[in-house]
Design a protein around this ligand. Sequence first.
Ligand SMILES: Nc1nc2c(ncn2[C@@H]2O[C@H](COP(=O)(O)OP(=O)(O)OP(=O)(O)O)[C@@H](O)[C@H]2O)c(=O)[nH]1
Ligand SMILES: [Mg+2]
Length: 280
Amino acid sequence: MCLVVVEKGFSCKGVQEQIEELSRESGKPADEFTVVLPLGYTEENYPFKSCKIQKVLTDLETLATNRGLTPTSMRPDDYAEFQMEDNGKHTSTKVNLVLLGMAGTGKSASGNTILKKNVFMSKPSSNPVTRECQVGETKINGIHFRVIDTPDIFDDELKSSDKEKHVKRCKELCESEACVYVLVMHVSRFTDGERDILTKLEKAFWNKVSEKTVILFTRGNDLKQTEVTFEDFLNSSIPSLKDIIEKCGNRCVVFENNSPDSDQVEKLVSSVMSVAENGK
Ligand SMILES: Nc1nc2c(ncn2[C@@H]2O[C@H](COP(=O)(O)OP(=O)(O)OP(=O)(O)O)[C@@H](O)[C@H]2O)c(=O)[nH]1
Ligand SMILES: [Mg+2]
């Protein structure tokens, strides 16, 4: 990353000259330099690449987290003063979404749908694909979401030390902000391993985790193809699935990750916010 930090009242010509000089000295092309704007400035039509400080911090945090580092020097509390909206007001709402579920249910694909970009690797595989917790960030309706993709922590073959490591990492990431758990399941396949998934989740995280859980069913097109409405699907589900749904306050959404539309994300956000704002 080549960043040029400028002060309030900077002149475009001066900054351009500085970039040219830095480019000559470092041998890096001038268009690789990004100017970090002072607080209160917005990215306009500057003759150089520019961004706000919070974007740099978020990118660095994501980079560090994805490499398994704890970005302690950039904890949200430390840079709260930088978390400003375009109008200069502080943005205080940050919500962590922890995507949990068995391997192959579509946690990573759903994370990408929420983030509107391919941040997490998602592919068909008979082996688990996601091996470490990963983070992506986005803003929806003015709310800052940190999306945490996880490996299948319910896998009986996973070493308990690995499972503990992943759960610990999720807890660290959720430390200082609201946290909502998104339990990802396949709409047309409820497996034996999922019958006691809520009990496992309670054991791993917190005994009242269901109060903060939203269920996300993937592969919505499977329902469309058989002309079954989501409501009918929920009403006709088997008792053990119904039980899980009820324990999670009937908070359920359906995603089709192969043809993502913003409506499904909006529904998830509204369900998430209904639990994010109260309690723990
Ligand atoms: N048709 C369809 N395929 C989906 C959907 N969601 C996920 N998939 C596919 O299901 C496969 C597994 O998805 P992943 O996102 O990798 O699943 P995961 O839960 O992250 O799996 P692990 O990382 O192994 O735990 C991929 O091939 C996805 O493209 C969906 O809504 N519709
Ligand atoms: Mg995955």
